[in-house]
Design a protein around this ligand. Structure first.
Ligand code: NAP
Length: 305
């Protein structure tokens, strides 16, 4: 039947595309579902400079697009549809999507993560009106404006430095007095004249009449609140795993990330997981692609056995 595959990959970021590439090269019939655009979080990263083989770095979009081309070249069929339910109980795995029903002998889940949303007064109304979760998408709208960047991880600091191409001033607001960012990125931010920091601070309110014009920032140690006049707020306060559809079907950890064994098999036989959606200790494009390859080889061995 047309909708029967050897392997179905759910999610089209670097992990999923690589899992597709490897399974297709093993001459398996592979379908990959992606509900938005391929590339996942990597595709909206301005520059990736720690992926081996690109000494001058490469744009996240370009890298994702190259992996997509490579996967399609070896026969991966990419379907732009959302997976709405799964049935992993039998030896034939059943996947329901917004584009119909599919079956496979093995499934590889690579659905990644999504950004944690800002939850303060004004945030819902002003998202897309000055509040953004994507610096590469929205940075150019803030030419010569002041922006805040929320968070103290790699995303916040890396994207803050990127935003200095456009903004006149970029203030990183972080809830502690220490960043969790890689040292090289911290140094780059600290050396940039346009970047400054508000440590021990959280955003408590966003104001603006149709567009963001101000933000209330509270010092968590002193309790003091200041209103900062800003036009843009970029939010990088962590991520949530995209695992809702798998809830109750496979084991998840307390934060919702997928638990696997060493071969990346989940608690459901024949169902594998790779990349940021897995409860792994390092979330990078290089580990996502490596895990995609391992999940693919494990799925192939599972099918053979
Ligand atoms: P992350 O590492 O989880 O950092 C999230 C930051 O937001 C943390 O500093 C956290 O503060 C803060 N935060 C969390 N909840 C908050 C809240 N409610 N209010 C205010 N602040 C809050 O997330 P990420 O930066 O998006 O990175 C995700 C993963 O991708 C990481 O593993 C990262 O290394 C990786 N990544 C790597 C690169 C790279 O290698 N160049 C680039 C981007 C991302 P605390 O520190 O106090 O917890």
């Amino acid at each position: 039947m047309a909708n029967e595959y050897d392997v179905i990959v759910i999610g089209g970021g670097p992990a999923g595309l690589t899992a597709g590439l490897y399974t297709a090269r093993s001459m398996l019939k592979v379908k990959l579902f992606e509900k938005e655009g391929v590339g996942g979080q990597a595709a909206i990263t301005d520059y990736i400079e720690n992926f081996p083989g690109f000494p001058d770095g490469i744009s996240g979009f370009e890298l994702s697009d190259k992996i997509r081309k490579q996967a399609e070249k070896f026969g991966v069929e990419i379907g732009y549809a959302e997976v709405t339910s799964v049935d992993f109980s039998g030896s034939v795995k059943k996947i329901t999507t917004t584009d119909g029903e599919y079956e496979a002998k093995a499934v590889i889940i690579t659905t990644g993560v999504r950004p944690t949303k800002l939850d303060v007064p004004g945030a819902a109304e002003l998202t897309g009106r000055g509040i953004s979760y994507c610096a590469t998408c929205d940075g150019p709208f803030f030419k010569n404006k002041r922006v805040l960047v929320l968070g103290g991880g790699n995303s916040a600091v890396e994207e803050a430095v990127y935003l200095t191409r456009f903004a006149s001033q970029v203030t990183i607001v972080h809830r502690r007095d220490e960043l969790r960012t890689d040292k090289i990125l911290q140094e780059r931010a600290r050396k940039n004249d346009k970047v400054d920091f508000m440590f021990d601070s959280v955003l408590t309110k966003v104001s603006g009449d149709g567009l963001v014009s101000g933000a209330v920032v509270k010092n968590v140690k002193t309790g003091e609140e200041v209103t900062v006049p800003v036009n843009g707020i970029f939010v990088f306060i962590g991520n949530l795993p995209n695992t809702e559809v798998f809830n109750g079907k496979i084991e998840l950890d307390e934060k919702g990330y997928i638990v696997t064994n060493n071969n990346l098999m989940t608690s459901a036989s024949g169902v594998f997981a790779a990349g940021d959606v897995r409860n792994n200790p390092l979330k990078q494009v290089v580990t996502a692609t490596g895990e995609g390859a391992l999940a693919a080889v494990s799925a192939e061995k599972y099918i053979e056995s």
